[in-house]
Design a protein around this ligand. Structure first.
Ligand code: TYD
Length: 139
């Protein structure tokens, strides 16, 4: 399976009418996990790089509900970049994938849906260590 297959871009249902837009994301249906946690990132500027970690357990879906940003996704071997530039488009990130979020527009609100409650111990924040673990097959 390619990295892009493992980290699919997902188009959400967009119920637009003359009153405006309404986008729906349902845990376990639109996205492949039940949502345990929601957080959002805003006020990051174009110079900032966030993320810079992999998670041993958590799955995520990232959506720019306002503004734009980019996420660089890698498994230490393949890499690709997703432009998060539409409120109805997200990307699914499974465990043990390294991600960097960057190029935030001034109005960026990056919504992050997570499959777990927060546990700082499941983060790998050292890229060399991450790559070593992947190479060792310790996923
Ligand atoms: P961090 O992981 O650096 O954010 P990002 O990956 O989005 O750049 O988290 C920043 C701080 O917020 C850090 O002190 C941990 C805390 N935090 C929580 O307490 N709960 C959470 O769900 C998240 C995502 C972060």
């Amino acid at each position: 399976m390619t990295l892009k297959d493992r980290c699919p871009v997902i188009q959400f249902s967009d119920f637009g009418d003359e009153r405006g837009k309404l986008v729906v994301i349902e845990g376990g249906q639109t996205i492949p996990f039940d949502i345990a946690r929601v957080f959002y990132i805003y006020g990051s500027d174009s110079e900032v790089v966030r993320g810079q970690h992999a998670n041993r357990v958590s799955e995520f879906v990232l959506v720019n509900v306002a503004g734009t940003s980019k996420v660089r996704i890698t498994d230490g071997n393949e890499e690709f970049i997703v432009n998060l530039d539409r409120p109805m488009t997200g990307v699914y990130i499974p465990p043990m994938i390294w991600k960097d979020m960057y190029d935030f527009s001034p109005d960026s609100v990056l919504l992050c849906l997570a499959s777990t409650h927060y546990d700082g111990n499941e983060y790998i924040r050292d890229y060399e260590k991450y790559v070593a673990e992947i190479k060792a097959g310790n996923t």
